[in-house]
Design a protein around this ligand. Structure first.
Ligand SMILES: NC(=O)c1ccc[n+]([C@@H]2O[C@H](COP(=O)([O-])OP(=O)(O)OC[C@H]3O[C@@H](n4cnc5c(N)ncnc54)[C@H](OP(=O)(O)O)[C@@H]3O)[C@@H](O)[C@H]2O)c1
Length: 262
């Protein structure tokens, strides 16, 4: 990985939703690659516990904590001010924070044989295991889409001050267009030449309207199958975060492979 680091100069990164899971793994790997990482968490206690767990490791000094809730603009503004004052710029933004947007009946999930079949969980009848509600759908969009968007908007001025800026948005293969049942929505999102923020908002709002009216087919559940360890899940975002200046941009990766958005 060392040859992929574009500069030996000190570099500063933010990782969202990093008190556990893949975000935590990304912080660990970035810090052990010499990057100064701001590990963020929406909950102060959970964030400080995560930092505490790195104590004694040789890259501990590379990790700093700051509270961040990506649905709260004032929390984002406070982090941006912290970065501006302490580092003067940002080199890497990893938008990792995300929620599933469904209620999971864990007992029913265990009883379903989940994890024993194919990697996509297609052998399982998800009815009765996952419950989708309008409020969860709103929360999911506010976190996974608008949260990442708010972060990019807030940190672009600081990223522009870097000579090697990079944004990595952690997504899921469940976010591919083929999982979207609406042909209209798929068409809008696939038309990259004409895609604007307003068009994306239109799709999001139509989705929520359909959900409220009960006319949405409940099939795109965005549930993660969990076949990788945290360290393995973190490897691809970290590799992308450390790409050289002329590295790929604007692409969708599934692990190490470039993948279509479809
Ligand atoms: N695990 C998988 O199989 C898998 C597969 C494909 C893609 N992904 C993607 O990878 C990313 C991380 O997933 P994971 O499995 O590591 O999930 P996870 O263990 O549930 O961790 C999610 C993190 O996001 C944080 N978070 C949630 N809402 C937030 C908010 N409003 N502001 C700031 N942080 C917030 C959580 O904080 P709390 O602890 O406070 O809840 C937690 O730290 C997600 O974007 C997910 O969609 C995961």
């Amino acid at each position: 990985m060392a040859e992929e680091i574009s500069s030996s100069k000190k570099r500063y990164a933010i990782v969202t939703g990093a008190n556990k899971g893949i975000g935590y793994g990304i912080c660990r790997q970035l810090a052990s690659n010499g990057i100064t990482v701001v590990l963020t968490a929406r909950n102060l206690k959970r964030g400080l516990e995560a930092i505490e767990s790195f104590k004694g490791l040789d890259f501990f000094d590379n990790i700093v904590f700051h509270q961040l809730d990506v649905v709260d603009p004032s929390s984002i503004a406070s982090l941006a001010e912290f970065i501006r004052i302490h580092y003067g710029r940002l080199d890497i933004l990893v938008n990792n924070a995300g929620i599933g947007g469904v209620d999971v009946d864990v007992d029913a999930l265990r009883a379903s044989g989940y994890g024993s079949g194919g990697p996509d969980g297609s052998h399982i009848d998800w009815n009765g295991i996952l419950t989708e509600t309008y409020d969860l759908a709103v929360e999911c969009l506010q976190t996974n889409y608008y949260g990442a968007k708010r972060m990019i908007e807030a940190f672009l001025p600081l990223l522009y001050l870097s000579d090697s800026p990079r944004i990595v948005n952690v997504s899921s293969s469940m976010g591919k267009l083929k999982h979207i049942p609406s042909e209209w929505a798929k068409g809008v999102l696939n038309d990259s030449g004409n895609l604007t923020e307003e068009r994306v908002d239109e799709v999001v709002n139509e989705f929520l309207k359909d959900f409220k009216e009960g006319s949405l087919k409940a099939k795109d559940v965005n549930f993660n199958t969990g076949h990788l360890t945290v360290e393995e899940g973190a490897e691809s975002p970290v590799r992308l975060a450390l790409l050289p200046d002329d590295g790929s941009s604007g692409l969708f990766f599934v692990r190490n492979e470039v993948s279509s958005f479809e």
